[in-house]
Ligand binder design. Structure first.
Ligand SMILES: [Zn+2]
Length: 67
């Protein structure tokens, strides 16, 4: 279950957590929104969830076709 999702526009890189300052990258989670699979990033330190506009749709289709 996901808590609040913080929407962000990234400038050049997205590596540090804007909430707590954690600097070693993010975990991934996915949330279905209609036909889209949103690709969300979770801070391993404070567990905030960020949406930087990524989706995982094509990935999902190619997996389905192989199976
Ligand atoms: Zn954090």
């Amino acid at each position: 279950m996901l808590g609040k999702v913080i929407k962000l526009e990234i400038q050049e890189t997205f590596r540090s957590c804007p909430t707590c300052g954690y600097r070693d990258g993010f975990h991934s989670s996915f949330q279905k929104e209609g036909a889209l699979m949103k690709w969300l990033l979770n801070c391993p330190s404070c567990h905030d969830t960020f949406d930087i506009g990524l989706t995982a749709n094509q990935q999902l289709e190619s997996i389905t076709k192989k199976g």
